[in-house]
Design a protein. Structure first.
Length: 385
C-alpha cells in the first residue's frame, strides 16, 4: 500500500538513519532505494532557500519528540521544485523512546500557486487603488473620441497586443484600463509600469523580477510586474524609453510568452496581455537607433491613436462639468454654474498639456472658488492673460 500511496513516504531511525522510502518518493527524486540510503547530504533535495528552515525544523522535532509539519520545496529528478507539506510523526516504544520517524510529503504545489497568484493580485490591486485614475472615466462625445471608443470595443475581447499612441496627458492609461475592463481578463489584475520613471539599471528587475543574490542589494527573491499581472493585463507606459537590452527581453516575452528573472535560469510562463503606450515618434526613434523595429512590429498589432484635446474641443464643456463636480464634492463646495467667459476661454485655449492640464487648472480653480459660479484667472493660461 505504501508503494502506491500518492505521497512521498519515508522512514527514518531515531537519529535520522535512512531506512525506507516508497516507490513514489524515489521516482520523484530520481534515485533507487540503495542510492537514497547512501546519500550523505539529504538536504541537497531541498530548495536552497528552505534548507536552513528544514534543518531547524528536524532538529526541533527530534528535541521535542512530537509530531510536527512544515511546508518546503523539494527537487524533482528533472531539476524542478514542487511544494510539499511534510509531516513528521514519531513511533515510540513502551518506554516512550522514539524508535522511528515516519515522514509523509503531500504535494501542495497547486495550492501554493493559487495562494501566490492571489497574493500577487492583491499587491497589484493595492498599488493601483492609490492612483487617481482608478476613479476617472473617458468623458466626451466628439466624433474623434467616439472613433477611439469603437476601436476599444472591437479589440477588448481579444488577447491582441495594443499600442496606444498620443501626446502626454491625453489619457492613454484610461484607454488601457477600458480595454482591460471589457476583456475576458477583467477579473484579474491590471498592472501599470511607467518605463520612463525607473532607473535603467533597475527596469529589467522591475519587469521580470530577480532572484536572491542576483546583484548587490538583492537580499531576497522579488516578483516582477509580469508575474504580478499573470492572467491579467500589463500596461507598459512610455515603452519607448526602455533601454536596448530590456527591449530584447521584452521581444522574447512577446514572441515566446516566457521570461527569466534577473539572475535566474528557469523560464517562467507569461500569461499576460501586453498593452504599450508611448508619446514618442516611433519611426524617428527607430531611425535614431533607440528603439528596435522588430519590437515595434510586435507591439503594433492593434494601434489606437488618441487625439489631443485641441482636436476634440466639443468635449471640453463635458470635461469641465465632470472635473468641477468631482473636485467640488471633494472640497465640500456647491458650484452650480460656469462663468460664460471662462467656458469660452477654456474652449479657445490649445491645451498643450491636454486633459491633464485641464484637470489641474480646474482643481486649482475649485479650491479658490468662493461662490456658486465657477471661473478661472486668464493669467493661468499662457498667452491668454
Amino acid at each position: 500500500m505504501l508503494e502506491f500511496t500518492p505521497q512521498l513516504v519515508r522512514v527514518f531511525g531515531p537519529d535520522h538513519e535512512r531506512i525506507y522510502a516508497n516507490r513514489i518518493g524515489l521516482d520523484y527524486l530520481g534515485v533507487s532505494l540503495e542510492e537514497w540510503r547512501q546519500i550523505s547530504d539529504m538536504y541537497r533535495f531541498v530548495h536552497p532557500d528552505d534548507g536552513d528552515r528544514m534543518r531547524a525544523f528536524f532538529d526541533r522535532a527530534r528535541t521535542i519528540g512530537d509530531a510536527c509539519e512544515l511546508e518546503v520545496r523539494l527537487r524533482k529528478a528533472d531539476g524542478g521544485y514542487r511544494w510539499f507539506l511534510v509531516r513528521y510523526n514519531p513511533v515510540r516504544d513502551h518506554k516512550g523512546q522514539v524508535m522511528r520517524w515516519h515522514v509523509a510529503g503531500t504535494d501542495i504545489e497547486d495550492r501554493k500557486q493559487a495562494e501566490e497568484r492571489l497574493q500577487r493580485e492583491n499587491v497589484a490591486l493595492r498599488e493601483e487603488i492609490d492612483k487617481n485614475s482608478m476613479s476617472e472615466e473617458i468623458v466626451g462625445a466628439s466624433p474623434a473620441l467616439q472613433a477611439v471608443l469603437s476601436r476599444i470595443s472591437k479589440v477588448a475581447p481579444s488577447d491582441s497586443t495594443v499600442l496606444i499612441t498620443g501626446e502626454t496627458g491625453t489619457g492613454k492609461e484610461l484607454v488601457a484600463r477600458a480595454i482591460h475592463r471589457r476583456s475576458n481578463r477583467a477579473s484579474r489584475a491590471f498592472v501599470s509600469v511607467n518605463c520612463s520613471a525607473i532607473p535603467r539599471d533597475l527596469i529589467a528587475s522591475e519587469l521580470f523580477g530577480h532572484e536572491k543574490g542576483a546583484f548587490t542589494g538583492a537580499t531576497q527573491q522579488r516578483l516582477g510586474r509580469f508575474e504580478l499581472a499573470n492572467g491579467g493585463t500589463l500596461l507598459l507606459d512610455e515603452v519607448g524609453e526602455l533601454p536596448p537590452e530590456t527591449q530584447i527581453a521584452l521581444l522574447r516575452v512577446l514572441q515566446e510568452h516566457e521570461f527569466e528573472r534577473v539572475g535566474g535560469t528557469r523560464p517562467i510562463r507569461a500569461d499576460v496581455r501586453v498593452i504599450a503606450a508611448t508619446n514618442r515618434n516611433r519611426q524617428a526613434a527607430i531611425s535614431a537607433g533607440s528603439f528596435r523595429s522588430d519590437l515595434l512590429y510586435r507591439l503594433h498589432v492593434f494601434p489606437i491613436a488618441i487625439p489631443p484635446l485641441r482636436e476634440r474641443k466639443e468635449d471640453i464643456p463635458l470635461l469641465v462639468e465632470y472635473f468641477i463636480d468631482r473636485y467640488a464634492r471633494k472640497a465640500g463646495k456647491n458650484i452650480r454654474r460656469v462663468n460664460k467667459r471662462t467656458l469660452e476661454l477654456l474652449q479657445s485655449y490649445p491645451w498643450p498639456g491636454n486633459i491633464r492640464e485641464l484637470q489641474n487648472v480646474i482643481e486649482r480653480s475649485v479650491i479658490l472658488c468662493e461662490t456658486e459660479t465657477f471661473s478661472i484667472e486668464e493669467s493661468w493660461l499662457p498667452g491668454q492673460g
